[in-house]
Design a protein around this ligand. Structure first.
Ligand code: HDE
Length: 690
């Protein structure tokens, strides 16, 4: 490998290592391109004398280092991106003139950035939070950004409240904590005073807010947008990204432990999957509807706290997004990418959703500060991949100014006078008639705050409902002000009485508060919508998932190789976990490389576990608390557990020997291994009612 070629190395007078370039192409230079002779020592007056201000090489290096950081995003600071493409399944000419949807099979380059919302850039991946799902599509007629989330509704209805929401959710301003979590007084104070957030609260207290992988979650455009065809006719549209891998989440105790075991769990998972060629895919679905439906629908389609159930408007699948390339450089791509809801193309248009309208101002404004000037479209990750011709010029870091004398239009310079407008090809806004008195007002059609919150709750399985009650009780238990806890329970009473009672019980609220006053009567008759549940829509596949194999010296090599084969056939992967690092010999004497030393590879990193202690290695595992926690945690997290012949003492010591259930399978041959993998397709053994 070229990086391993023998460099000429010498030692300096102080014993420091000097590595010298071997050719002209690998000579280290300053920013100005001047070759550097010594990258270890600053220029001094005498061997032990002061460093000279004259040292332009030292100053060049440190000056640049000093300015490496740019402001992190004020929200969605923690994120991870990847490249890919969008493939159009069929022409959508009938509803949109957007170039990306004109030709079947068209492939459009894409960049996606996933994120959490509240935490800072260095916060852990597995925080309970909404995940950003921002997609940049480099279409032939300009960049189109769908800046969405993994939850189809939002906390608030009007952009005016966004700074308040975010201030309340982030760390408290005096103490500066808690970081990346909503379990504190300020958040629940604001939420409990903002009933419009109740639908979203149900979503963030559900397992949607702790996804197992960025690959295993849905994405939504949230707002209602418009599509406009070449004749100028418009339809309303809501965007959905459906993961081909299926949805999957973790349980809260796992999330807490994962944040310690691997704060980069989500980004590592995405990087690893793409690097091994297991490219995640989402299908783009549209809910298309017209003014007539919008009028008939029981809620306002401009209200971002509401969704349209798929039973009412089915999702039409129109293409797929494939992520097939990791970034070359995190900063250049993931950090510098600038999404904006204003980045739309001909054939796509805005709606009058007051949240969306506010976002249209915010994103461009925030990029200016974050990226330091108006020329961030010159950065490769933000530059369109189609021709860009305009008369905009100058500003910080201008990379390409227009050539020639014309920097304005109209001008008299004919064909040399630069680009001109095109009524046929250019963007045209949908001519929505607009009239009204100027007023600061919330539309009365936005006033129902509980009906869809209730609908979401009753659409969940009993397991998911239990998780929601647990999450609410956990979050509110961290709220010190009892009045805030009670106020939240008063809202829950409008959503589901049992939920309210369970949460109140866990908070030892003995006398129930009155239900919160609802602005309009809550609809108790909205039917459950199965698509809103994760567990009702399981992938029935173990593809893309990972098994942790806890093994000891002399483990059953034949069984292990059967397991390896079965997992490969399923498209799943595994890691070998042992009490020590290095290598492990199996029963036939073959050596295997250990992937994780057990205290660095707890079972929360895996979707299922297999326990294969060797005949002579029981002791090492029995005496290792991390090995015992590996097993008991997996059991408590409802994971499928496969175990070999010699595992019994370990299962006993881990405290599960007596309670083994149908989610725990003894492995002895290829048949039992394949039975185990088949079971794993359910992802978790929820029947283990803990
Ligand atoms: Fe954002 N949001 N947002 N947001 N948002 C930002 O823009 C804002 C909202 C979303 O990976 C910021 O470039 C306002 C809804 C994502 O780079 C900022 C309002 C949805 C990302 C901003 C909202 C989102 C952002 C911060 C209420 C889901 C990350 C950095 C009116 C549909 C994009 C930046 C990335 C980022 C403002 C509400 C999604 C400050 C004012 C609703 C995925 O401009």
């Amino acid at each position: 490998m070229s990086s391993k070629k023998n460099l000429k190395t010498t030692r300096g007078k102080g014993g420091e290592l000097h590595q010298q370039a071997t050719g002209v192409d690998d000579i280290l230079t300053t920013q100005q391109g001047a070759p550097v002779a010594d990258d270890q020592n600053s220029l001094k007056a005498g061997v032990r004398g002061p460093t000279l201000l004259e040292d332009h090489i030292l100053r060049d290096k440190i000056f640049h280092f000093d300015h490496e950081r740019i402001p992190e995003r004020v929200v969605h600071a923690r994120g991870y991106g990847a490249h890919g493409y969008f493939e159009t399944y069929n022409s959508l000419k009938d509803i949109t003139s957007a170039d990306i949807f004109q030709r079947k099979g068209e492939k459009t380059p894409a960049f996606v950035r996933f994120s959490t919302v509240a935490g800072s850039k260095g916060s852990p991946d597995m925080a309970r939070d909404v995940r950003g799902f921002a997609v940049k599509l480099y279409t032939k007629e300009g960049n189109w950004d769908i800046v969405g989330n993994n939850i189809p509704v939002f906390f608030i209805q009007d952009a005016m409240k966004f700074p308040d929401l975010i201030h309340a959710a982030k760390e408290e301003p005096d103490s500066g904590f808690p970081q990346a979590q909503t379990a504190h007084d300020n958040f629940w104070d604001f939420i409990s005073l903002t009933p419009e957030s109740m639908h979203m609260v149900m979503w963030i207290m559900s397992d949607r807010a702790i996804p197992r992988s960025l690959r295993f979650m849905e994405g939504f455009g949230v707002h209602t947008f418009r599509m406009v065809n070449s004749k100028g006719a418009a339809v309303f549209v809501k965007f959905h990204w459906k993961p081909r891998q299926g949805m999957q989440s973790v349980v809260w105790d796992e999330a807490v432990k994962l944040n310690g075991a691997d704060p980069d769990f989500h980004r590592r998972d995405l990087w690893d999957a793409i690097s091994r060629g297991d490219f995640p895919e989402w299908e783009l679905g549209l809910q298309v509807f017209d003014e007539d439906f919008a009028k008939r629908f029981e809620f306002d389609v401009l209200d971002a706290t509401k969704l349209i159930p798929e039973e009412l408007v089915p999702v039409r699948i129109v293409g797929r997004l494939v992520l097939d390339r990791v970034v070359d450089n995190f900063f250049a791509e993931t950090e510098q990418v600038a999404f904006c809801t204003q980045n739309i193309v001909r054939g796509i248009d805005q709606s009058e959703d007051p949240l969306l309208q506010g976002r249209n101002f915010s994103y461009l404004d925030t990029q200016l500060k974050r990226l330091g000037g108006p020329n961030f479209t010159h950065i490769p990750i933000n530059a369109p991949k189609c021709p860009m011709r305009h008369f905009q010029q100058d500003g910080h870091m201008a990379m390409h100014n227009p050539k020639g004398r014309a920097n304005y239009e109209p001008n008299s310079w004919g064909e040399e006078g630069g680009p001109r407008e095109s009524p046929e090809k250019g963007f045209a806004s949908y001519p929505q008639p607009v009239q009204g008195e100027k007023q600061r007002v919330r539309s009365p059609t936005f006033a129902d705050h509980y009906s869809q919150a209730r609908q979401f709750y009753i659409s969940q399985t009993a397991t998911e409902q239990r998780h929601m009650a647990d999450a609410l009780a956990f979050e509110l238990s961290k709220v010190k002000t009892v009045a805030i806890r009670e106020r939240m329970v008063s809202h829950l009473l409008n959503i589901d009485k049992n939920l309210a009672m369970t949460v109140a019980g866990n908070l030892a609220i003995h006398s129930m508060p009155k239900p919160a006053q609802a602005a309009v009567k809550t609809r108790m008759d909205l039917p459950a919508s199965d698509k809103l549940s994760i567990l009702k829509n399981g992938p029935d596949s173990f593809k893309g998932r990972k098994v942790g194999v806890l093994a000891g010296e002399g483990f059953d090599g034949a069984l292990f190789s059967q397991l390896e084969k079965a997992l490969e056939a399923e498209g799943a992967i595994h890691a070998l976990v042992a009490p020590h690092a290095g290598q492990l010999k199996d029963s036939s004497g073959q050596a295997h490389t250990i992937d994780e030393k057990v205290d660095g590879g707890p079972s929360v990193l895996f979707d299922a576990i297999v326990i294969l202690p060797g005949k002579g290695s029981q002791d090492a595992l029995l005496k290792n608390p991390a090995a015992l926690a590996f097993i008991s945690d997996a059991f408590n997290h409802h994971k499928f557990i496969g175990y070999g012949e010699e595992a019994k003492p370990l299962l006993d010591k881990a405290g599960i020997g007596d309670v083994l259930d149908k989610g725990c399978l003894k492995l002895k041959d290829a048949k039992s291994v394949s039975g185990f993998i088949k079971q794993c397709r359910q992802l978790r053994y929820w029947q283990r009612g803990l």
